[in-house]
Design a protein around this ligand. Structure first.
Ligand code: DC
Length: 219
């Protein structure tokens, strides 16, 4: 069977990575979490005490950054396992800020395209269908209401034993969406040829089944 490229874009906390991982497993495809790469840049900036708003300072850091995404799903930054650290709130907000810089996008998009070469891949992010893989055979634009996204994130936090404030989560998500949709370079938007899936009232299984159905139409 033909091994295609799948792009999943959408706003923050829309469940893109959960769906992408499950679909990748079903198809035996490689899953590439592009948001984790922007998070690595933000994490490294914190480590090096460079302000997120300092474009020149952030750009200079790029040549020191080596990101490895291992088959077991862990993310390594300069040989250090940063998988859990990059999920922290400060890093989420920082990733949204540093992702507006051309130098950061050029650096990471080149890496993403290289990793996606040959097909059999599923990438999730904000600009996969519009920029990174413009020729992807399947493009999904995954959305859900802000209430629903915040509630899911809140539940996840509680299950993980993390202190969680629903209103704060809602604010953080709204702020990131606003930044990600309104930046000048590669803003988040639905590609003309993307299929929109609103997951607000869907179960995980239903979303996966819908995506698998779309895949089967294209392979
Ligand atoms: O998908 P995520 O929440 O882990 O992404 C973190 C931030 O990185 C997001 O707020 C915007 C940025 N990002 C981006 O600009 N382009 C991508 N392809 C993926 C993420």
């Amino acid at each position: 069977m033909k091994r295609i490229s799948i792009a999943i874009d959408g706003p923050a906390a829309a469940g893109k990575s959960t769906i992408a991982k499950l679909v990748a497993k079903n198809l035996n495809y490689t899953y590439i979490d592009t948001g984790a790469m922007y998070r690595c840049v933000a994490f490294y900036a914190i480590k090096k005490k460079v302000n997120f708003e300092d474009e020149e300072g952030i750009s200079k850091l790029l040549k020191e950054i080596d990101i490895q995404m291992l088959p077991d799903g862990t993310i390594h930054l300069n040989q250090e396992d940063v998988t859990s650290f990059i999920r922290e709130n400060e890093v989420s907000m920082g990733a949204s800020v540093v992702s507006k810089y051309q130098s950061v996008r050029d650096f990471l998009v080149a890496k993403q395209r290289q990793m996606a070469q040959g097909g059999g891949v599923i990438l999730d992010g904000r600009d996969i269908g519009t920029v990174v893989l413009k020729d992807a055979e399947l493009k999904i634009y995954q959305i859900a209401s802000i209430e629903c996204r915040a509630m899911r994130r809140h539940k996840e936090n509680i299950e993980r034993g993390i202190v969680s404030d629903l209103e704060a989560i809602k604010e953080e998500i709204a702020m990131r969406d606003e930044q990600d949709m309104n930046r000048q370079i590669s803003p988040l938007k639905k590609a003309d040829d993307a299929v929109e899936i609103d997951t607000s009232d869907m179960t995980l299984d239903q979303v996966v089944a819908r995506v698998m159905n779309l895949v089967s139409q294209r392979v």
